[in-house]
Structures are given as structure tokens and as C-alpha cells.
Ligand binder design. Structure first.
Ligand code: ADP
Ligand code: MG
Length: 415
């Protein structure tokens, strides 16, 4: 049983190593790096086999070396490198008949495998596993026969079994594992691609809807103004509508651009009070229009780091929603404070509020309850900015009772 136990140990170690390599390979985006990692695995595997080598009879060493050599050649195409490595390792065990048999077998094998590599890659999953197993068994048989010719025949039945069966099992398991993981990677890539295509089609729908429509309206008004003369107040009304439409288009473009690149181009100190005051000033016309009373309770000197314009964009979207949730008046409270090294920003409205389901969908692209008026992009952008600044958001909302957004950022400096 000694030999079987030894080889089974070797087998388990090869599989454990394989799992770890495949985990790393999977996380590598670049294909050439993946291939190189795969090759490293087989080199390491050959080395492991020699650690586990066992002398069954005088000068005859058994191990699983043919498995990484064969599979490595089939999967990576580096058959000569692997053959030479195998032989060098075998050389350490002693230059004797067994060694020369290995030289002949592995050199011939390297030539064969080199030619088989492109063909092997075109096979189906099951065929590849099958070919790996068959080649391993054939190599084992040839090796054992040749050793028997030049040396004493191997009598041990157990040796026969372990030298044929366990390598075949190892080849099957290793190649099956590689194939399954490859398959998952391919499926995941396909999904990512489908996602991207969906995003592009959404984007084009959004562009035609949110940007072309306003442009058409503006163009219409400009044509009217050119073709006829209108009284001053009519002209002003046209221009106001046109400006509103352009504002909306600009908003959508801003959201898309911010979302597409939430990573910061420059990191600067953000004085929370200053930026939020500016956001509130920008949104003041909307607050007045809706009859909302704005309360500011700022703690002075709270600094966090990030990109100022993005921070503003994020809070414009958030506070604009709060104002829009109070179409017939209410109260907006924007409060900031510090606990430990955490800067808190609380935005509270007394608006329409949201159900649990609505809160859960917040930030989903194109999720809006505002019909034609909404884009469903605002919160998505806000969340992506807060995430990029490593902030945390907590939302409390009740239909009819208003909404509170509680955002936490870690602050490095307090003035
Ligand atoms: P949009 O404002 O264009 O609808 P957003 O992503 O900004 O898109 O918001 C998505 C939805 O979340 C809104 O349509 C609204 O239903 C809900 N929402 C966001 N903020 C609030 C709030 N403060 N109070 C009530 N509902 C809100
Ligand atoms: Mg919004």
C-alpha cells in the first residue's frame, strides 16, 4: 500500500495547488498572464512530483511526473521546456537505465505533444479530458514496458496498478478542473458582455430621449423666433423654456459623465460646509418654487478628501430629490457634525417619503417614480460618488413622513 498512499498524497497536493492557481488565474484579466500562470503551475507540479517520488525497485523511481508534463504541454504548448525540466529533476535521482528510458520517452513525447497542442485546443471539453487521460495511460504503459526491457521486470502488482491507475485518475481530475474553471470564466465574460451591451442600448435610449428631445424643443423655439416677431413677453417665455430644456439636457450629460468616471482625477480637501452651502444656493430657486424652508446646521471646519466638483454633483442630486419630494412645501434640514474622526452629513426632508421597496431600488439605473420628469440617474450617480469617497449611506424613509439620508465620511483633518 506504501506506493499507492504516496501517489495519492501527491495527487491531492497537485489538486490543492491547482485550485489555488486557478483562483489566481481567474482573477487575472490579461490572457498572456493567465497562460504564464498556468505554465508556472505545471512547473511547480513537476517539482512536487519529484518531492513525492518513491523507489519501487533498485533504481526505479515512481511518481506522477508524466501527468504535469503531458497536461502542461497540451494546455500551454511549452512541451520542450516541461520535458527538459522533468528530465533534469529525474537526473537528480541518478543517471541510470531508468533515466535514459525517461529521456527517450519524454523527448519523443515532447515532439508529439508540440504537434498536438493546436489540435487539442480545438477539442470539446469532454474530448480534452479524454485525450489527457488516454495519453497519460499510454505513456505510463510505454514507460513501464521500457523499464521492464532494460531493467528487471516490475513484479509488484500494486506498482502496476498505481503506475497506471493513479496517473490516469490525476490526469482526469486535473484536466477536468481546468476545464470547469475555464468554462465558468467564459460564462462570466459572456455575462459581462451582455451587461455592457445592455448598458449601451440604455445609454442610446437615454441620449435620444433626454438629450435629443430638449434639443428639438430648443431648435423649434429658435426657428419660431427667427421666422416671426413676437411681443417681448412671449419671446421671454420661449427663451425661458428653451433654457430649462437645455438645463435638463446638461444635467443628464453631467450625470452620465460623472457616473462613467467616478474615480477622482484630483484629490483635494473638501470643506463640507462650503460645498453644501454652494449646493443649497444652486438649488435655492427650486426650494423657493416649492415653498420649502431650508435649515442649515453646520459644524464648521469639517474637511474630507475627494474631488470637489463630484462631491457637489452628488449632493445636488440628493438634495434636489429631497426638494422634489416636497412639491407643496415642507422643511429641508441639512446638518453636519463630527464624532471621532467621522464626518456626518444628514439631509432630512418632510416630503412624500418612500416605501421599503422604493428605498431598496434607490440607485438602480433608470429607476424613477417621476415619469417623464425623472431620469432615474441621480441617485445612481450620488451613490457611485459616495462609494468612490469610501462613504457610507443610511436611509430612513416612511411614505408620507419624509426621508432622511445619513452619510458618513472619514475625515483626516479637523480645523
Ligand atoms: P429621478 O430624480 O430622476 O427620479 P433619482 O435617481 O434621483 O431619479 O431618484 C430615483 C427615485 O428615488 C425618485 O424617482 C424618487 O421616487 C425616489 N427618491 C429619491 N429621493 C427621494 C426623497 N428624498 N424622497 C422621496 N423619494 C425619493
Ligand atoms: Mg433625482
Amino acid at each position: 500500500m506504501e506506493i499507492t498512499k504516496h501517489l495519492l498524497m501527491n495527487l491531492s497536493l497537485l489538486l490543492v495547488l491547482l485550485f489555488f492557481t486557478q483562483l489566481i488565474v481567474e482573477r487575472q484579466a490579461k490572457e498572456d498572464k493567465q497562460d504564464r500562470l498556468q505554465l508556472y503551475y505545471f512547473i511547480l507540479a513537476i517539482f512536487t512530483c519529484y518531492v513525492f517520488t518513491i523507489e519501487v525497485q533498485d533504481g526505479i523511481w515512481f511518481d506522477l511526473r508524466q501527468v504535469p508534463m503531458i497536461l502542461g504541454s497540451l494546455y500551454t504548448g511549452h512541451s520542450f521546456l516541461l520535458a527538459v525540466l522533468t528530465l533534469i529533476m529525474r537526473g537528480f535521482m541518478g543517471i541510470n537505465d531508468g533515466f535514459w528510458v525517461s529521456v527517450i520517452v519524454f523527448i519523443i513525447l515532447a515532439f508529439l505533444l508540440k504537434r498536438m497542442h493546436p489540435w487539442f485546443n480545438r477539442l470539446s471539453l469532454n474530448q480534452r479530458v479524454g485525450v489527457s487521460v488516454i495519453l497519460t495511460v499510454m505513456t505510463s504503459l510505454v514507460l513501464i514496458q521500457l523499464v521492464a526491457v532494460v531493467n528487471v521486470p516490475i513484479s509488484h502488482t500494486e506498482a502496476w496498478v498505481s503506475f497506471i491507475l493513479i496517473p490516469a485518475l490525476t490526469a482526469g481530475l486535473v484536466s477536468y478542473t481546468i476545464e470547469t474553471i475555464r468554462q465558468t470564466v467564459i460564462i462570466r465574460q459572456r455575462l459581462a458582455k451582455a451587461d455592457k451591451i445592455e448598458a449601451v442600448s440604455h445609454l442610446s435610449a437615454a441620449i435620444s430621449h433626454e438629450i435629443r428631445n430638449p434639443l428639438t424643443t430648443v431648435k423649434g423655439f429658435l426657428q419660431l423666433l427667427r421666422e416671426q416677431s413676437y411681443p417681448e413677453n412671449k419671446k421671454k417665455e420661449f427663451i425661458d423654456i428653451a433654457v430649462q430644456e437645455l438645463d435638463r439636457a446638461e444635467e443628464v450629460i453631467n450625470d452620465y459623465l460623472t457616473f462613467a468616471r467616478p474615480a477622482f482625477e484630483k484629490v483635494e480637501d473638501i470643506d463640507i460646509e462650503k460645498e453644501l452651502t454652494q449646493v443649497i444656493n444652486i438649488l435655492n430657486p427650486l426650494a423657493n418654487l416649492n415653498g420649502v424652508e431650508v435649515r442649515k446646521r453646520f459644524t464648521h471646519g469639517l474637511l474630507i478628501s475627494g474631488e470637489r466638483s463630484k462631491f457637489q454633483q452628488g449632493f445636488i442630486n440628493l438634495i434636489k430629490n429631497a426638494l422634489e419630494a416636497m412639491p407643496s412645501g415642507g422643511e429641508l434640514t441639512v446638518q453636519t457634525f463630527l464624532t471621532g474622526n467621522v464626518a456626518h452629513i444628514v439631509v432630512k426632508d418632510t416630503g412624500v417619503g418612500m416605501t421599503e421597496e422604493q428605498v431598496a431600488r434607490l440607485g438602480e439605473p433608470y429607476y424613477t417614480t417621476k415619469g417623464q420628469q425623472g431620469t432615474g440617474l441621480g441617485m445612481m450617480v450620488t451613490f457611485s460618488i459616495i462609494r468612490a469617497m469610501k462613504g457610507k449611506v443610511e436611509i430612513k424613509s416612511q411614505p408620507g413622513n419624509g426621508t432622511t439620508f445619513h452619510i458618513r465620511f472619514s475625515t483626516s483633518i479637523v480645523e
